[in-house]
Design a binder for this molecule. Structure first.
Ligand SMILES: C=CC1=C(C)c2cc3[nH]c(cc4nc(cc5[nH]c(cc1n2)c(C)c5CCC(=O)O)C(CCC(=O)O)=C4C)c(C)c3C=C
Ligand code: FE2
Ligand code: FE2
Length: 387
């Protein structure tokens, strides 16, 4: 075996408040995050949404200390994984590739090539597969691979998802059990699994296996935990006007309160690190909502971060993948409704790019056109044949 590497994939997050707007632009310009019929709409729309949203989003990041802890935690996971693999007799180099912020996936690939890695295991840090998360990273990698003969020489294999691995389930159950055992009234606590949502049409039209994997995962954690506590599954963090997976967390919490639940313990399950949705949305917004609704005791299970049982399972996953059959991007990037991944421009703080100049102008022209149309009823959109 030649030089071996592991590429950990994750979402990435703004490290400081100035990063929030370009981070949001990078996120919304991903065709796997907003699925549009026309490619030319993507960047102006990403510009518009990131411009409208960033002050609110900055407030949230300010509330958790001015930035996302995601890079730090992911790098700690990488160090722990490397040590665990060494302990198990494998000398493996770990790389972190984020989708929307530093260190970008492209930066990780530069290092992988520089280190002349010959065998690579690609491991997303999302337990369950979604078109919008692991799928987006796989599709990006598929495109980068198709453009680069040096990458094509690397023997790679992809781990699409791992929500049902006994080690991961054991780590989750241990965290929940520990948290329950800290409480006096532990058997009366209602366990509230909160997963990050996705738009309903991802599941119903595009065939995203995410909902199925989340449901099975919740069931398996409850079986591994083996306690009599009642439980609920709901979906958080909805954005935009379309329908998302239900029930929504912000509706399910008051609903449980009206049914008489007084003790609630939230278990975040779609993400293995602390991040804005656990530290701000659950710990602040949902706690407030729960208390207002009449919940007396609100608890939250921490994220796995570098939990030793979890890291050990990641190490075993890598070792098994090195010995197992190779899985290629085309098998996991999720047909049937295949979007094409095109080069995405990266926007960074302090940079004046076409994102800032041209997409801003295009978005403005669009808004003016819609306004004129609304006012005179027969304006520029009719003229260019869009209405
Ligand atoms: C499994 C986890 C995640 C899924 C599925 C997911 C889908 C998804 N997300 C958005 C929009 C946003 N996500 C944002 C932040 C964010 N998302 C995830 C995870 C999943 N997203 C994480 C871990 C984070 C936080 C990173 C961090 O900084 O700590 C944001 C920005 C934050 C905000 O403004 O609220 C947006 C926006 C969509 C549209 C989507 C599915 C289509
Ligand atoms: Fe998200
Ligand atoms: Fe949120």
């Amino acid at each position: 075996m030649g030089r071996v590497g592991v590429l950990l994939l994750n979402l990435g997050g703004p490290e400081q408040l100035e990063d929030v707007r370009p981070f949001l632009y990078n996120l919304f310009s991903d065709p796997e995050i907003i699925r549009l019929p026309f490619r030319w709409l993507q960047n102006p729309l990403a510009w518009l949404i990131s411009t409208l949203r960033f002050t609110k989003s900055q407030e949230n990041y300010k509330a958790i200390g001015g930035g996302s802890p995601l890079r730090r935690i992911t790098e700690e996971q990488a160090v722990a994984l490397e040590e665990k693999l060494k302990e198990k007799g494998h000398d493996v180099q770990i790389y972190v590739g984020m989708r929307y912020w530093h260190p970008f996936t492209e930066e990780a690939l530069v290092r992988i090539k520089r280190d002349q890695i010959e065998q690579l295991v690609i491991l997303p840090l999302y337990p369950q597969f979604s078109i919008s998360t692991s799928g987006s990273s796989f599709r990006l990698l598929e495109r980068l691979w198709s453009e680069d003969p040096v990458l094509q020489k690397i023997n790679y294999t992809v781990i699409p998802s791992w929500y049902d691995r006994p080690g991961y389930l054991r780590a989750m159950s241990q965290l929940i059990a520990e948290e329950l055992d800290h409480c006096e009234n532990s058997e009366q606590i209602h366990l509230f699994f909160s997963a990050h949502g996705v738009p309903l049409n991802y599941v119903e039209e595009a065939g995203d296996p995410y909902q199925k994997e989340i449901e099975t995962c919740t069931q398996l954690i409850m079986e591994t935990l083996n306690r009599p506590n009642p439980h609920t599954l709901a979906y958080q963090s909805r954005v935009g006007p379309v329908e998302w997976l239900k029930p929504y967390t912000e509706e399910a919490i008051p609903q449980l309160a009206t049914e008489g639940v007084e003790n609630l313990m939230v278990v975040p399950i779609s993400f293995v690190s602390e991040h804005i949705e656990t530290l701000e949305e659950i710990d602040m917004e949902y706690r407030h909502l729960a208390e207002e609704s009449g919940i007396k005791n609100f608890y939250r299970v921490p994220a796995l971060n570098t939990h030793p049982v979890f890291i050990e399972d990641l190490a075993d996953m890598v070792i098994e993948a090195l010995d197992g059959p190779q899985v290629k991007f085309a098998e996991v990037a999720h047909p049937p409704k295949k979007t094409k991944m095109y080069p995405q421009e990266r926007w960074e703080w302090g940079m004046t790019t076409t994102a800032e100049v041209w997409n801003g102008r295009l978005a403005m022209i669009g808004i003016v056109a819609v306004l004129v149309e609304l006012i005179i009823g027969h304006g520029p959109l009719h003229f260019v044949g869009l209405l």
